[in-house]
Design a protein around this ligand. Structure first.
Ligand code: HEC
Length: 156
């Protein structure tokens, strides 16, 4: 009888440990997937990537050009770039599960930040860095792999 009690008490503990293990594994595979994608992108096989991944890559490269324009005082974010960001709403991702209300909210916040930068004439470097932070915020929830690379866009 005493033995039974101990077993029953241990059940929730085992369950807890088991859940933690599952969460840990899930996080890891998610991160690996995104990191693996990043390596592939710069290496051999650019085909077979999702519409969203291709869009993100273009967003990154164009953001790098905008960074140079702002740093050299030669220009700012363009309407074309903002239209590009709006395509996130419809672009098909590798993992269809990412398209959650939270994802939509992050997209909206980033587009608002981009519009703020568009009308910012006093401190574009700061506006641009705010935009980069919006990229990072969504990536923290959905695709941590490229964060280090994205942070490099920051204007010092
Ligand atoms: C609303 C969420 C969200 C925002 C905002 C966001 N991303 Fe992403 N990003 C993702 C997701 C999800 C993926 C994975 C895409 C896939 O595999 O389909 C991704 C992938 C990437 C990749 C890897 C693409 C590849 O080669 O596979 C880069 C680089 C990237 N994003 C850069 C950016 C930059 C730069 C910004 C800001 C201008 C940004 N992201 C904003 C969610 C977001």
């Amino acid at each position: 009888m005493k033995d039974m009690n101990i077993k029953i008490k241990l059940i929730p503990i085992f369950f807890g440990i088991f859940s933690l293990l599952i969460i840990a594994c899930n996080n890891q595979t998610e991160e690996e997937q995104c990191e693996k994608k990043e390596v592939e992108a710069s290496a051999i096989n650019p085909n077979g990537d999702s519409e969203l991944a291709l869009l993100m890559r273009k967003m990154y490269n164009d953001a790098d050009s905008i960074k140079k324009l702002i740093t050299n005082n030669e220009g700012n974010i363009t309407k074309e770039y903002i239209i590009e960001l709006e395509r996130i709403h419809t672009a098909i991702p590798t993992d269809p599960d990412v398209k959650t209300p939270e994802f939509e909210a992050y997209t909206k916040l980033m587009i608002e930040e981009a519009n703020a930068l568009f009308s910012n004439e006093t401190n574009r470097a700061e506006g641009f860095n705010n935009l980069v932070n919006r990229c990072v915020e969504c990536h923290q929830s959905f695709c941590p792999g490229p964060i280090k690379k994205i942070r490099k866009l920051t204007i010092n």
